[in-house]
Design a protein around this ligand. Structure first.
Ligand code: TYM
Length: 334
């Protein structure tokens, strides 16, 4: 038995409309986990500014992510939804973690290497220490479980390393080692234009991703135009694995239907892509359409959204501030 109270924490960056990868890889699980856990979900605006942001777009994206959480089914009355920058404990703890974490660890982060590319000398320091802030987000709540998509796995391992090193350095058993919850059929939703690339907000092609704010016809047309090939849908998992675009479509449909991928494959093997795409488009419309409508309703009442954020700030601070006070004592600040 662990001495730590079970608590879920996760975050989403307000860097544009959320896409199907964010939904199937993370937010769908946020909703499910609330049945079993106390959950803290955060709009991570401080992470967003590690790359350039337009302030007025950032402001509206924060409300859009909040609205998307609620529209997808996060219960803001029972759980905590809030904005990262409104709880200073995140930045305060991240400074301590900047001093615990090692440069060698950060240098190994593949997401940093991908994002910095050849421009390494010229990206912000924030982009490099971003995983330390992520560890602070989680550990400021002594969170034990972190639902994320597959792309965050390495960052979660780093959070565990930081927690462990802090405990060792100070001879305490203060931080839990947070467990990543990466599950479902869509832990890594791929681009609809290239099955070897992750679906992402930054892909230049709009047709590579489906947004939670897309109209029904747009969803259907993006699925219809998704890259495929001129053959029929394969019947064996081996053949499927050699066709990344087909695998992606099967995985997305399985996630929508809450079915096993092998079962979905069996239903479509030997059939034309057009049949799979028709069913996938219909399933996605069924899921996204009510979410989109609710996002629009919520965004029509910005005062209400601001109130929800203020309540979230109070509830989040009430957990994080006493934890930070204990950390300050351990470190010797107090
Ligand atoms: P972000 O904002 O990029 O993405 C939010 C969540 O969506 C998941 N995700 C995907 N899942 C499956 N397929 C995809 N194509 C896909 N694209 C994105 C991400 O894995 C994530 O779970 N660093 C984090 C935010 C963060 C955080 C945290 C998460 C900050 N602090 C603390 C957990 C705990 C990020 O940039 O996610």
């Amino acid at each position: 038995m662990t001495k730590f109270q079970q608590r879920v924490f996760s975050g989403v960056q307000p860097t544009g409309a959320l896409h199907l990868g964010n939904y199937l890889g993370a937010i769908k699980n946020f909703v499910e986990l609330q049945k079993k856990y106390e959950c803290v979900y955060c709009v991570v605006d401080q992470h967003a500014i590690t790359v350039d942001q337009n302030p007025s777009e950032l402001r509206s994206n924060i409300l859009e992510v909040l609205a998307s959480f609620i529209a997808a089914g996060v219960d803001y009355k029972k759980q905590i939804i809030f904005q990262q920058s409104s709880v200073p404990a995140h930045s305060q703890l991240s400074w301590i973690f900047n001093c615990v974490s090692r440069i060698g660890w950060l240098n190994r982060m593949t997401q940093f290497k991908d994002k910095a590319g050849k421009n390494r000398e010229n990206v912000s320091v924030g982009l490099m220490v971003y995983p330390n802030l992520m560890a602070a987000d989680i550990l400021a709540y002594l969170a034990t479980h972190v639902p994320v998509g597959d792309d965050q796995k390495q960052h979660l391992e780093l959070s565990r390393d930081i927690a462990q090193k802090f405990n060792n350095d100070f001879g305490v058993d203060f931080f839990p080692l947070p467990e990543p919850l990466i599950y479902g059929n869509a832990t890594r939703v791929m681009s609809l234009r290239d099955g070897t690339k992750k679906m992402s907000k930054s892909d230049p092609s709009e047709f590579s991703r489906i947004l939670l704010t897309d109209e029904d016809e747009v969803i259907i047309s993006k699925v219809r135009k998704a890259k495929s090939d001129s053959e029929l849908i394969p019947s064996s998992t081996e053949d499927l694995n050699s066709k990344p675009e087909c695998l992606n479509l099967i995985n997305i449909l399985s996630a929508c239907l809450n079915k096993d991928s092998s079962e979905t494959l069996r239903s479509y093997s030997g059939k034309e892509y057009s049949i799979l795409k028709k069913d996938l488009g219909d399933s996605l419309v069924q899921i996204i359409s009510p979410i989109r409508k609710e996002i629009h309703n919520l965004l029509n009442n910005k005062d209400e959204l601001s109130n929800i954020l203020s309540t979230g700030t109070e509830k989040a601070s009430a957990i994080a501030n006493p934890i930070l006070a204990d950390i300050y004592k351990i470190v010797g600040f107090k």
